[in-house]
Write a protein that binds this ligand. Structure first.
Ligand SMILES: Nc1ncnc2c1ncn2[C@@H]1O[C@H](COP(=O)(O)OP(=O)(O)O)[C@@H](O)[C@H]1O
Ligand SMILES: Nc1ncnc2c1ncn2[C@H]1C[C@H](O)[C@@H](COP(=O)(O)OP(=O)(O)O)O1
Ligand SMILES: [Mg+2]
Length: 194
């Protein structure tokens, strides 16, 4: 497994809920052809399947909490293996959400060459998520859950950024700007990779 993906770039995309991770990843896919794996999308697919596991996951996500590490890491790993032969790069969106997730990923899969830190203000994220909630159909895009997700982001996920900063692979991206301008900075960070 580790061998198979050893030559592919692994990029972590980290940021608060509603910061614009998914939006930017879509544009990276269009320009660079990388494989986009969103932990949230993988989990929502499991929920949509109607499985028992999906029901358990749904209850956790509806509360704005994190699902067990092993569940989400196994899903990402399986999805990476499925694409290992054809992918030249992986965008891992929404993972790691806590330092421990990053450590386990590196033990089981490999090391990231870049962490895109998609940064927006708390009030901006809340505004975007309330708007997204009008059409997303997501059980977690409501005021109460958004607040919990934001609190958890500051508590559990921001330390991830400090952890990887010491390794010099973090690029902070100002996501307050219009989507295309944000993408300009994202593209510059990716073009800077060897
Ligand atoms: N730079 C931006 N400016 C304005 N709105 C944005 C920007 N980036 C994303 N959005 C909007 O904010 C919402 C959340 O974006 P999304 O990509 O789903 O974030 P995340 O995956 O980080 O939760 C979406 O409705 C999206 O259209
Ligand atoms: N790496 C991870 N570890 C644990 N739970 C996760 C996870 N990624 C996603 N989840 C669960 C909890 C999140 O509140 C929910 C939605 O995640 P998401 O789709 O990445 O949200 P967003 O794109 O709005 O930041 O799924
Ligand atoms: Mg997303």
């Amino acid at each position: 497994m580790a061998d198979k993906i050893k030559d592919a770039k692994i990029i972590f995309v980290v940021g608060g809920p509603g910061s614009g991770k998914g939006t930017q990843c879509e544009k990276v896919v269009a320009k660079y052809g990388y494989t986009h794996l969103s932990s949230g999308d993988l989990l929502r697919a499991e929920v949509a399947s109607g499985s028992e596991r999906g029901k358990t996951l749904q209850a956790i996500m509806q509360k704005g909490e994190l699902v067990p590490l092993d569940t989400v890491l196994d899903m990402i790993k399986d999805a990476m293996i499925a694409k290992a032969d054809v992918s030249k790069g992986f965008l891992i969106d929404g993972y790691p959400r806590e330092v421990k997730q990053g450590e386990e990923f590196e033990k089981k899969i490999g090391a990231p060459c870049l962490l895109l830190y998609i940064d927006a203000k708390g009030e901006t994220m809340v505004k975007r998520l309330m708007k997204r909630g009008e059409t997303s159909g997501r059980a977690d895009d409501n005021e109460e859950t958004i607040k919990k997700r934001l609190d958890l982001y500051y508590k559990a996920t921001e330390p991830v950024i400090a952890f990887y900063s010491s390794r010099g692979i973090v690029k902070k991206i100002d996501s307050e700007l219009p989507v295309d301008e944000v993408f300009g900075h994202v593209a510059k960070a990716i073009d800077g990779l060897k």
